[in-house]
Design a protein around this ligand. Structure first.
Ligand SMILES: Nc1ncnc2c1ncn2[C@@H]1O[C@H](COP(=O)(O)OP(=O)(O)OP(=O)(O)O)[C@@H](O)[C@H]1O
Length: 310
C-alpha cells in the first residue's frame, strides 16, 4: 500500500450522548508520528475507534491509504493496522502471553515472533501469567509489544504510556522511534504527556470539545510564543504599552517597575518597546504545554504548518 496518506478524514462527524464529535478534517501523512492531544472527553478515543471501524461515523468519509471502505475494511488493510486501545480486550483475559501471541500470529501475516520475544524481554513482561491477572502496566507492555510484532504500517496507540513506569516508558519511546526508523510506518498516538509529545511527535493534532483545532508541525510550535518582561513604571505606562503592541496577551504589572506579557512576534514587539523608550528585561519561549493551553483557549499559534479545517 504505497500511499502518500495513511489516513484522511473528510467532514467526519459522530453524535455522542450530549455532544457531536466533528466535523473532523484531518490528513495523516505516511511515515510520521502524529500526537493526538486534548482534554478528557475531547474525542480522541472516538477518532481512533472510527479508524478501526469499531465506531462508524454518522457523516463524512474516511480514507485508509487513500481508499475508502464503506462495507468494512478488507482483511489486507486490517492486517496493516495495529491498535492498542485505551482498555484492553476482556476476551483475552484468560490467555497467557504465548496463547495470545499465537492467536495474533494467525491474524497478522507479517507477525515477527523473534521481535516480540526481544520486546517482551526488554519490557520485562512476566510469562505464564494470564493477561487478565497482569498489572495494568504489565498488560500495557504486552499490548504494545504485540502491536509492534504485527509489523503494522499504521499503528494506533491510545494513551499507551498510561500505567507504565518510567523505565518501561523510556523503553517504549526508544522502541517506537526505532520501529519508525526501520519501517517508515505511520503512528497515531494519543497522549497527555508533554514530554512524550516532545520526544516522539513530528506533528501535533489538537482536539478540543469534539473539534480538531488544527495540526502543526511540532518544531514550528517551539518558539511560537514568548513571554517578555519590560520595565514599565505604572498602570499608565502599561496602558500605553497595550495600545502600542498589537496582539499581546496577559499584559500585567508584575511588580512596581516591571510588566510582562505574551507575544507571538517577539522581534517586532522588542523594536516597539525600544521605540517607546522602554527596555526588555528578559524573555523566554513558552513551553509546549503552555502553547497548547493558549491554543485551546482560542489563541492559535501562527507557525501552524497546515490546517485541515478547510
Ligand atoms: N460509546 C459511547 N456512547 C456515547 N458517548 C460516548 C461513547 N464513548 C464516548 N462517548 C462520549 O464521547 C465523548 C468523547 O469521548 P472519547 O473517549 O472519545 O474522549 P477522549 O478524548 O478519548 O477522552 P480521554 O482523554 O478521557 O480518554 C465523551 O463526552 C464521551 O462521554
Amino acid at each position: 500500500m504505497m500511499a502518500q496518506m495513511a489516513i484522511e478524514l473528510r467532514n467526519v462527524s459522530k453524535q455522542r450522548r450530549n455532544k457531536t464529535i466533528g466535523p473532523l478534517n484531518l490528513t495523516l501523512p505516511q511515515g510520521y508520528i502524529t500526537a493526538l492531544v486534548g482534554h478528557n472527553g475531547s474525542g480522541k478515543s472516538t477518532l481512533m475507534n472510527m479508524l478501526m471501524q469499531l465506531v462508524n461515523p454518522d457523516d463524512g468519509e474516511i480514507y485508509w491509504f487513500e481508499q475508502k471502505y464503506k462495507q468494512g475494511l478488507p482483511l489486507k488493510v486490517r492486517q496493516a493496522i495495529a491498535y492498542v486501545p485505551e482498555n484492553s480486550l476482556a476476551e483475552e483475559a484468560y490467555w497467557n502471553v504465548e496463547e495470545a501471541a499465537s492467536f495474533r500470529k494467525h491474524w497478522y501475516p507479517e507477525w515477527d515472533a523473534e521481535y516480540l520475544e526481544g520486546l517482551l524481554e526488554k519490557f520485562e513482561v512476566p510469562r505464564n501469567v494470564k493477561l487478565g491477572k497482569m498489572s495494568k502496566g504489565e498488560r500495557r507492555k504486552f499490548e504494545i509489544a504485540a502491536a509492534l510484532a504485527a509489523r503494522p504500517q499504521l499503528l494506533l496507540l491510545d494513551e499507551p504510556s498510561s500505567g507504565l513506569d518510567p523505565f518501561a516508558w523510556k523503553v517504549m519511546l526508544e522502541t517506537l522511534l526505532r520501529y519508525m526508523d526501520e519501517t517508515g510506518a505511520t503512528i497515531l498516538i494519543s497522549t497527555h504527556i508533554v514530554e512524550e509529545v516532545r520526544r516522539l511527535a513530528d506533528y501535533i493534532v489538537l482536539m478540543h470539545k469534539g473539534e480538531l483545532l488544527g495540526m502543526a508541525e511540532k518544531d514550528s510550535l517551539f518558539g511560537s510564543w514568548s513571554e517578555v518582561w519590560v520595565n514599565a513604571a505604572d498602570e499608565e505606562e502599561l496602558a500605553e504599552l497595550a495600545a502600542e503592541l498589537p496582539g499581546v496577551l496577559q499584559l500585567t504589572l508584575e511588580a512596581p517597575g516591571a510588566a510582562s506579557f505574551l507575544t507571538q512576534q517577539v522581534q517586532g514587539v522588542e523594536e516597539h518597546i525600544h521605540h517607546l523608550g522602554l527596555k526588555v528585561i528578559k524573555s523566554r519561549s513558552l513551553e509546549l504545554d503552555e502553547i497548547l493551553h493558549l491554543w485551546t483557549h482560542g489563541h492559535r499559534p501562527i507557525l501552524v504548518d497546515y490546517e485541515k479545517g478547510d
